[in-house]
Design a protein around this ligand. Structure first.
Ligand SMILES: *Cc1c(COP(=O)(O)O)cnc(C)c1O
Length: 230
Protein backbone atom coordinates (compact mmCIF):
# COMPACT_ATOMS: atom_id res chain seq x y z
CA UNK A 1 0.00 0.00 0.00
CA UNK A 2 2.82 2.39 0.90
CA UNK A 3 4.40 1.86 -2.52
CA UNK A 4 1.20 2.79 -4.36
CA UNK A 5 0.57 5.72 -2.06
CA UNK A 6 4.05 7.07 -2.67
CA UNK A 7 3.61 6.78 -6.43
CA UNK A 8 0.34 8.61 -6.12
CA UNK A 9 1.84 11.44 -4.06
CA UNK A 10 4.78 11.62 -6.46
CA UNK A 11 2.40 12.08 -9.38
CA UNK A 12 0.55 14.87 -7.57
CA UNK A 13 3.83 16.62 -6.78
CA UNK A 14 4.85 16.43 -10.44
CA UNK A 15 1.49 17.80 -11.54
CA UNK A 16 1.59 20.65 -9.02
CA UNK A 17 5.10 21.59 -10.15
CA UNK A 18 4.02 21.49 -13.79
CA UNK A 19 0.99 23.72 -13.13
CA UNK A 20 3.22 26.55 -11.93
CA UNK A 21 6.22 25.90 -14.15
CA UNK A 22 8.48 24.61 -11.41
CA UNK A 23 10.95 21.81 -11.84
CA UNK A 24 10.20 18.62 -9.90
CA UNK A 25 13.63 18.63 -8.33
CA UNK A 26 12.91 21.90 -6.52
CA UNK A 27 10.66 19.99 -4.12
CA UNK A 28 11.77 17.40 -1.56
CA UNK A 29 9.14 14.97 -0.34
CA UNK A 30 9.54 14.12 3.32
CA UNK A 31 7.79 10.89 4.29
CA UNK A 32 6.43 11.59 7.78
CA UNK A 33 6.76 8.23 9.51
CA UNK A 34 5.87 9.12 13.11
CA UNK A 35 4.02 6.33 14.97
CA UNK A 36 4.63 3.98 12.02
CA UNK A 37 6.49 0.65 12.41
CA UNK A 38 9.85 -0.10 10.80
CA UNK A 39 8.51 -2.43 8.06
CA UNK A 40 6.43 0.41 6.62
CA UNK A 41 9.46 2.69 6.57
CA UNK A 42 11.44 -0.06 4.85
CA UNK A 43 8.74 -0.36 2.22
CA UNK A 44 8.86 3.38 1.61
CA UNK A 45 12.64 3.19 1.39
CA UNK A 46 12.48 0.42 -1.19
CA UNK A 47 10.03 2.54 -3.17
CA UNK A 48 12.59 5.33 -3.25
CA UNK A 49 11.95 7.49 -0.17
CA UNK A 50 15.18 8.89 1.28
CA UNK A 51 13.83 11.69 3.48
CA UNK A 52 11.87 10.75 6.60
CA UNK A 53 10.27 13.04 9.18
CA UNK A 54 9.71 12.27 12.84
CA UNK A 55 8.30 14.46 15.60
CA UNK A 56 9.64 12.67 18.69
CA UNK A 57 13.33 12.46 19.53
CA UNK A 58 13.16 9.03 21.18
CA UNK A 59 11.25 7.48 18.30
CA UNK A 60 13.70 8.92 15.79
CA UNK A 61 16.67 7.59 17.78
CA UNK A 62 15.08 4.13 17.84
CA UNK A 63 14.57 4.14 14.08
CA UNK A 64 17.85 5.59 12.83
CA UNK A 65 20.11 2.62 13.67
CA UNK A 66 17.85 -0.02 12.12
CA UNK A 67 17.31 1.71 8.79
CA UNK A 68 19.79 2.34 5.94
CA UNK A 69 22.50 4.95 6.42
CA UNK A 70 21.65 7.05 3.40
CA UNK A 71 18.36 8.31 4.85
CA UNK A 72 17.99 12.01 5.62
CA UNK A 73 16.25 12.39 8.98
CA UNK A 74 14.14 15.48 9.58
CA UNK A 75 13.06 16.55 13.06
CA UNK A 76 9.70 18.22 12.50
CA UNK A 77 8.18 18.20 15.99
CA UNK A 78 8.36 20.58 18.91
CA UNK A 79 11.75 20.15 20.55
CA UNK A 80 12.65 20.47 24.21
CA UNK A 81 16.08 21.79 25.05
CA UNK A 82 16.98 18.76 27.16
CA UNK A 83 16.51 16.49 24.12
CA UNK A 84 18.76 18.40 21.76
CA UNK A 85 21.82 16.40 22.79
CA UNK A 86 20.46 13.24 21.18
CA UNK A 87 19.91 14.91 17.82
CA UNK A 88 23.23 16.60 17.26
CA UNK A 89 25.05 15.03 14.32
CA UNK A 90 22.10 12.73 13.57
CA UNK A 91 19.60 14.93 11.76
CA UNK A 92 19.79 16.44 8.31
CA UNK A 93 17.56 19.33 9.30
CA UNK A 94 15.69 20.51 12.40
CA UNK A 95 12.51 22.17 11.11
CA UNK A 96 11.07 23.32 14.42
CA UNK A 97 13.29 26.00 15.96
CA UNK A 98 11.03 28.62 17.46
CA UNK A 99 13.01 30.31 20.22
CA UNK A 100 16.43 31.80 20.84
CA UNK A 101 16.93 29.59 23.89
CA UNK A 102 16.44 26.43 21.83
CA UNK A 103 18.76 27.76 19.12
CA UNK A 104 21.39 28.58 21.75
CA UNK A 105 21.31 25.01 23.03
CA UNK A 106 21.64 23.62 19.48
CA UNK A 107 24.53 26.01 18.91
CA UNK A 108 26.30 25.11 22.15
CA UNK A 109 26.11 21.36 21.56
CA UNK A 110 26.99 21.63 17.87
CA UNK A 111 30.14 23.57 18.72
CA UNK A 112 31.04 21.08 21.41
CA UNK A 113 30.67 18.20 18.93
CA UNK A 114 32.33 20.05 16.09
CA UNK A 115 29.35 19.90 13.75
CA UNK A 116 27.25 22.44 11.90
CA UNK A 117 23.51 21.94 12.45
CA UNK A 118 21.09 23.07 9.75
CA UNK A 119 17.78 24.43 11.00
CA UNK A 120 14.60 26.14 9.92
CA UNK A 121 12.75 28.78 11.89
CA UNK A 122 9.18 27.67 12.58
CA UNK A 123 6.63 30.42 12.03
CA UNK A 124 3.07 30.22 13.31
CA UNK A 125 1.79 32.06 10.28
CA UNK A 126 -1.91 31.79 11.12
CA UNK A 127 -1.20 32.78 14.75
CA UNK A 128 -3.06 29.75 16.09
CA UNK A 129 -3.07 29.44 19.89
CA UNK A 130 -2.53 25.70 19.73
CA UNK A 131 0.59 25.81 17.59
CA UNK A 132 4.25 26.39 18.30
CA UNK A 133 6.32 28.77 16.22
CA UNK A 134 7.36 32.36 16.36
CA UNK A 135 4.93 35.03 15.20
CA UNK A 136 5.48 36.64 11.84
CA UNK A 137 6.42 39.91 13.55
CA UNK A 138 9.03 38.29 15.73
CA UNK A 139 10.47 36.08 13.01
CA UNK A 140 12.96 38.62 11.65
CA UNK A 141 14.43 39.49 15.03
CA UNK A 142 14.69 35.79 15.88
CA UNK A 143 16.47 35.09 12.58
CA UNK A 144 18.90 37.92 13.29
CA UNK A 145 19.65 36.70 16.79
CA UNK A 146 20.11 33.07 15.74
CA UNK A 147 22.29 34.05 12.78
CA UNK A 148 24.94 35.31 15.19
CA UNK A 149 25.33 31.91 16.89
CA UNK A 150 28.16 29.54 15.93
CA UNK A 151 27.56 25.93 14.94
CA UNK A 152 24.07 26.52 13.60
CA UNK A 153 22.89 27.61 10.17
CA UNK A 154 19.46 28.92 9.23
CA UNK A 155 18.37 27.46 5.88
CA UNK A 156 14.82 28.78 5.69
CA UNK A 157 11.37 28.73 7.25
CA UNK A 158 8.83 26.10 8.23
CA UNK A 159 5.15 26.42 8.97
CA UNK A 160 2.24 24.19 9.93
CA UNK A 161 -0.87 25.64 8.32
CA UNK A 162 -4.28 25.27 10.00
CA UNK A 163 -6.25 22.08 9.62
CA UNK A 164 -8.82 22.85 6.91
CA UNK A 165 -11.31 20.93 4.80
CA UNK A 166 -10.52 22.93 1.69
CA UNK A 167 -6.78 23.34 1.01
CA UNK A 168 -7.52 26.57 -0.86
CA UNK A 169 -8.18 28.12 2.54
CA UNK A 170 -4.48 27.81 3.31
CA UNK A 171 -3.22 29.40 0.13
CA UNK A 172 -3.15 32.84 1.75
CA UNK A 173 -0.93 31.54 4.58
CA UNK A 174 1.47 29.86 2.17
CA UNK A 175 1.70 33.14 0.26
CA UNK A 176 2.35 35.08 3.44
CA UNK A 177 5.19 32.89 4.58
CA UNK A 178 6.71 32.86 1.12
CA UNK A 179 6.65 36.65 1.19
CA UNK A 180 8.22 36.65 4.65
CA UNK A 181 11.03 34.40 3.43
CA UNK A 182 11.69 36.72 0.47
CA UNK A 183 11.71 39.73 2.83
CA UNK A 184 14.23 38.02 5.08
CA UNK A 185 16.37 36.91 2.12
CA UNK A 186 16.46 40.49 0.87
CA UNK A 187 18.05 41.60 4.12
CA UNK A 188 21.16 39.60 3.24
CA UNK A 189 21.83 38.60 6.83
CA UNK A 190 25.19 36.86 7.28
CA UNK A 191 24.96 33.10 7.79
CA UNK A 192 21.28 33.02 6.75
CA UNK A 193 19.87 31.39 3.64
CA UNK A 194 16.19 31.28 2.78
CA UNK A 195 16.52 28.46 0.26
CA UNK A 196 14.15 26.09 2.09
CA UNK A 197 10.44 26.59 2.64
CA UNK A 198 8.96 23.62 4.50
CA UNK A 199 5.18 23.74 4.19
CA UNK A 200 2.30 21.54 3.10
CA UNK A 201 1.02 18.26 4.57
CA UNK A 202 -1.29 15.54 3.26
CA UNK A 203 -4.28 17.86 3.01
CA UNK A 204 -2.64 20.80 1.32
CA UNK A 205 0.80 19.97 -0.15
CA UNK A 206 -0.26 20.62 -3.73
CA UNK A 207 -1.35 24.16 -2.92
CA UNK A 208 1.85 24.62 -0.89
CA UNK A 209 3.95 23.60 -3.91
CA UNK A 210 2.04 26.02 -6.11
CA UNK A 211 2.95 28.75 -3.63
CA UNK A 212 6.64 27.91 -3.42
CA UNK A 213 7.20 25.05 -0.96
CA UNK A 214 10.59 23.37 -1.37
CA UNK A 215 9.84 20.67 1.20
CA UNK A 216 6.48 19.02 1.77
CA UNK A 217 5.83 16.80 4.80
CA UNK A 218 3.42 14.03 3.95
CA UNK A 219 2.44 11.38 6.51
CA UNK A 220 -1.13 10.09 6.15
CA UNK A 221 -0.99 10.30 2.35
CA UNK A 222 1.90 7.80 2.33
CA UNK A 223 1.49 5.63 5.42
CA UNK A 224 -2.25 5.86 6.08
CA UNK A 225 -4.05 7.15 9.18
CA UNK A 226 -2.14 7.20 12.45
CA UNK A 227 -3.35 5.32 15.50
CA UNK A 228 -2.16 7.09 18.64
CA UNK A 229 -3.73 4.50 20.95
CA UNK A 230 -1.32 1.73 20.11
C1 LIG B 1 2.39 14.75 11.46
C2 LIG B 1 3.02 15.92 10.77
C3 LIG B 1 2.97 16.06 9.38
C4 LIG B 1 2.25 15.07 8.45
O1 LIG B 1 0.87 15.19 8.60
P1 LIG B 1 -0.14 14.45 7.57
O2 LIG B 1 -1.36 15.26 7.63
O3 LIG B 1 -0.31 13.06 8.12
O4 LIG B 1 0.50 14.46 6.25
C5 LIG B 1 3.59 17.14 8.80
N1 LIG B 1 4.23 18.07 9.55
C6 LIG B 1 4.31 17.98 10.89
C7 LIG B 1 5.05 19.01 11.65
C8 LIG B 1 3.71 16.91 11.54
O5 LIG B 1 3.78 16.84 12.88
Amino acid sequence: MVTENLANVEKKIEDACARVGRSRDEVTLIAVSKTKPIPLLEEAYRAGARDFGENKVQEMMDKIPVLPDDINWHMIGHLQRNKVKYLIGKTTLIHSVDSLRLAEEISRLSEKNNVLTDILIEVNIAEEESKFGTSRDEAISLVEAVSALPGIRICGLMTIAPYVEDPEDNRKYFREIKKLSVDIANRNIDNVSMSILSMGMTGDYEVAIEEGATMVRVGTGIFGERDYNK
